[in-house]
Structures are given as C-alpha cells and as structure tokens.
Design a protein around this ligand. Sequence first.
Ligand code: NAD
Length: 283
Amino acid sequence: MTDPSQFNCDMPDYKACPKLLKGQKALVTGANSGIGEAVAIGLARAGADVVVNYVTNPEAAQKVVEAIGAEGTKGLAIQADVSKEAEVQAMFKQAIETFGTLDILVSNAGLQRDAALTDMTIEQWNTVININLTGQFLCVREAVKEFLRRGVNKEVSCAAGKIICMSSVHEVIPWAGHVNYASSKGGIHMMMKSLAQELAPHHIRVNAIGPGAIRTPINTDAWSTPEAYASLMNLIPYRRIGEPEDIANVAIFMASDMADYINGITLFVDGGMTCYPGFATGG
Ligand code: NAD
C-alpha cells in the first residue's frame, strides 16, 4: 500500500485560478450531442483538453471540437462504439498518444430502447445494457489503466484520475416500460461504488452524476410541447427542466480538486425529482 501522506495536497486559490482543470486531459463519450456536448465544452472552459467521442454524425463532433478550440484548449474527435472492446481500446490508445495522458473520463454515452416487458426484444435489452453499462465498464477500465500507469502528478491534480459515470435518477426511481434502461443505470450505481472502493487506495476517484429531466434529444417527447412540459413539471419540485449546462457545471466541480474528498457517490442533479414529489400533497 502506498504511503497516504504523499497525497496531502494544498488546495489551490480558486479565486486566483478560475481554470479549475488547467492542464488536464479529459475524454467524454457520446460528446457530440446533449449532455456530453455541454460537458465537453464545459471541461474545456475550465482549462482541459478534451477528446470528443462519437459513434455517428462526425460533423456534430467536429463542431464540438471547434467550440473547444474557441475556449482556448485542444479538442480531438475520435469515433468509437463504446460497446465494442477493440474500438474502445483503439480510442484510448489514440487519445493517450495525442494528449500524452488522461486525467478525467466522463462516461456519458447512452440511449433508450423503450418497450413494455412482454414486447421488449432481446435486441432492445442487449443494446441498452451493452452501451449504457458494458460500454461504461470498457471505458473506465482503459482510463484506469492509464491512471495507474501515471500515478499522481500534483502539478495537475491531487488525484491520479477522476471518473464520472453518467447515471440517472433511474438508478433509484423505478421506470415502468423502461426496464432495460433502469437496470443499466442501477448497474452503473453498483459498478461506480464498487470501483470507488477498489480504486481509492490508488487515489482514483469514481463518482456518478444522476441527471433528472434534462432538455436533450434523448427525451424530446417529454418537453417539446406545452402539454408534455406541464405534465413533466408534476415530477420536478423545482419546476423547470434541466439544461445540459446544469450537468456540465457539476461535472467540472466533480472532476476538479474542489471535490477531492468526494468518492463513491451519485450526485443527483434533478431539481428535486428524487424527492418523490407525489408525496408533497399526499401520502
Ligand atoms: P443524447 O441522445 O443527446 O446523447 C447521447 C450520446 O450518446 C449521443 O452522442 C450518442 O451518439 C451517444 N451514443 C449512443 N450510443 C453510443 C455508442 N454505442 N457509442 C458511443 N456513443 C454512443 O442524450 P443525453 O440526454 O445527452 O444523454 C447522455 C447521457 O445522459 C446518457 O447516458 C443518458 O442516459 C443520461 N441521462 C440523460 C437524461 C436526460 O434527461 N437527458 C437524464 C438522465 C440521464
């Protein structure tokens, strides 16, 4: 076991240094849309160079790379299907060869394939589990190999590496008609906590963000008409939909040394959706 005293770290003066992630290298999966796009640009705004993973729509990925450049750091688009082991390994190899190392992984790529249980095909089940859960395992494994190889570089961060898993309120809120999706997010919860426990002695932090309803293409039906939006508000005590930047702000914090003592948690960013709003007037 490494001597823990070597991890003592003076907290930086953040007022003097607004670039919380200066000099850090990040990889964000599914970064050419929605939450991943906002997180990638947010990390760049905080000073990080960012790999923009995408699987389809290279033009959108290129736009995110340009937005990163406008923040004054480097962006690099890499195509890889996160559910394919060889593609994930090739992506991390290219990322590390280009940027020299990696400090932050935001494992964000995910999708839904909704159906009632008796209509759900094995393809719908497997697609969601393979991308949302196994895809995170594959990316986390490659990132951690690099964190362990390099160890702590105090010039850059107090930690040897930071993992942020994009979970969901559905890691705790059951979701009828979405058993594949809710199971994948429940799986992420225990994957994240088990890895936080396993990797803490190496000074690697593993956490998750649990978004509530965020305005992205994954859930257009839930917010794109006034009726749908009004109905959605019944689930959100704070009475507004979340924006991708709400998640990006939290990702910057969790990846930074401001959050150096946070390990093994899901931080819900949901306007109170996990407060069971149905009980506000009943029960
Ligand atoms: P989105 O559809 O805008 O983005 C999903 C991204 O994942 C896209 O870039 C897509 O191309 C990518 N992706 C899908 N399959 C992939 C694969 N095999 N390999 C690589 N990339 C792949 O949706 P979003 O809302 O931005 O979702 C991002 C994450 O946030 C997902 O994990 C989702 O479950 C989670 N989330 C979203 C909400 C919400 O309300 N929007 C709520 C809770 C959790």
